[in-house]
Design a protein around this ligand. Structure first.
Ligand SMILES: Nc1ncnc2c1ncn2[C@@H]1O[C@H](COP(=O)(O)OP(=O)(O)OP(=O)(O)O)[C@@H](O)[C@H]1O
Ligand SMILES: [Mg+2]
Length: 372
């Protein structure tokens, strides 16, 4: 199943759309099936990829409102393995129209479910607001990728987004991860950029992408050509930086898959151990009758000795009968027999166990008293 990444930051103009377009095309260029869903009524990702405004084209609005399937909305792009679901400005209406819809936060997730197997990556370009559209994207996503500019109070700027991610984890989507933070329009020569990068590195650790996106004129010009940097000018610093970002995203995914496989191996081994335990238990079950027999025999011996101690007179025949079993003595003395019911006294040797049972009967009250 493909990985769904929401590209979000409620701050406007930080490079969400530029990142969506160029990351999607760089990943697709690595021969990975990729879908970009334009979730912003401004439709900048759609126009940036060459889609002129067309109110009749199936768009994200139709998919979100259940009027068309994701499959029907797919548009193929120039790059071999890149598809897009374009947006139209009518998407702004979905923010209001969804309010009364049941499971309103899950509309995008449910709509994308049938196409998730077709794509290894699905990127969602979000609007600059923490509205119902962004909420739908975060509920549909496995992770959120946050583009941000290196500026003072950078952390304060995204604290609201991080709070929202936390609340979504608690209420709608417990698996939502931070894919990473990428610094955009980055000028590494300035002290400010260096300081902010260091502060973010402290806070996000390995979640801050090593790749940074420089301020680059080609990236700003691309949308007017309706092409990603990779197609428009692959040698530009902008295109190169997004290829490096795509490489990190793909490497992280490869790591996750390796870890998932490792976990599967451990689980399989545990399962095999459990099955081993089960068959050992089955073996023990087979041995149970012998163990039960042993216990029964030792209990019988214990009862016999208790009987002898507690009620010597009544128990004598039982003790003798046990003696007979042990000694295989055929003779039962006349004095013993006199206190016993006739049949028991005449039981032949091979039936002595029955005689033991009968001989024990008069002694039972004594055992009960002893037990009390
Ligand atoms: N690395 C860059 N170098 C130069 N210009 C850039 C770069 N990244 C983005 N821009 C330009 O900055 C502007 C804002 O970028 P973009 O539209 O990607 O941001 P956004 O976060 O999607 O904005 P919005 O919040 O309005 O959706 C655009 O004009 C874009 O061309
Ligand atoms: Mg945008």
């Amino acid at each position: 199943m493909g990985r769904v990444i929401a590209i979000a930051n409620q701050k406007g103009g930080v490079g969400k759309t530029t990142t969506s377009i160029n990351l999607a095309s760089s990943v697709a260029a690595a021969e990975v099936n990729t879908l970009l869903v334009d979730c912003d009524p401004q439709s900048n990702a759609s126009s940036g990829l060459g889609f002129v405004k067309d109110p009749d084209r199936i768009s994200t609005y139709d998919v979100l409102m259940g009027m068309a399937s994701a499959e029907e909305a797919l548009q193929k792009l120039e790059l071999d393995q890149l598809w897009v679901i374009p947006a139209h400005k009518n998407l702004i209406g979905a923010n209001l129209e969804l309010i009364d819809v049941e499971r309103r936060e899950f509309q995008l997730r449910d709509a994308l479910a049938p196409v998730r197997d077709r794509f290894q990556f699905i990127l969602l370009d979000c609007p600059p607001a923490l509205d119902l559209l962004t909420l739908n994207a975060l509920v549909a996503a496995d992770s959120v990728l946050i583009p941000m500019q290196a500026e003072y109070f950078a952390l304060e700027g995204i604290s609201e987004l991080l709070d929202t991610v936390q609340r979504i984890r608690q209420s709608f989507n417990s698996r939502l991860e931070i894919e990473g933070v990428v610094l955009t329009m980055f000028d590494e020569r300035t002290n400010l950029a260096q300081q902010v990068a260091a502060e973010l590195r402290n806070y996000f650790a390995e979640k801050l992408f090593t790749a940074t996106i420089p301020r680059n004129i080609r990236l700003a010009e691309d949308p007017s050509h309706g092409k990603p940097a990779l197609v428009y000018d692959v040698r530009s610093r902008g295109a190169e930086s997004y290829i490096r970002l795509a490489k990190e995203v793909l490497e992280n995914e490869a790591k996750r898959r390796t870890q998932a496989l490792d976990a599967l191996v451990v689980e399989t081994e545990d399962r095999a151990d459990e099955l081993g335990d089960v068959s050992e238990n089955e073996l023990a079950d087979q041995q149970l009758p012998r163990a039960v027999k042993d216990t029964q025999e030792s209990v019988a011996a214990e009862i016999a000795s208790e009987v002898t101690e507690q009620a010597p007179a009544a128990a004598e025949p039982a003790a003798d009968a046990l003696q007979q079993v042990a000694g295989n003595d055929a003779a039962v003395s006349a004095s013993d027999v006199s206190e016993q019911p006739e049949p028991a006294a005449q039981i032949p040797n091979q039936q002595v166990p029955d005689a033991v049972v009968q001989a024990n009967q008069p002694a039972r009250p004594a055992i009960a008293e002893h037990g009390d």
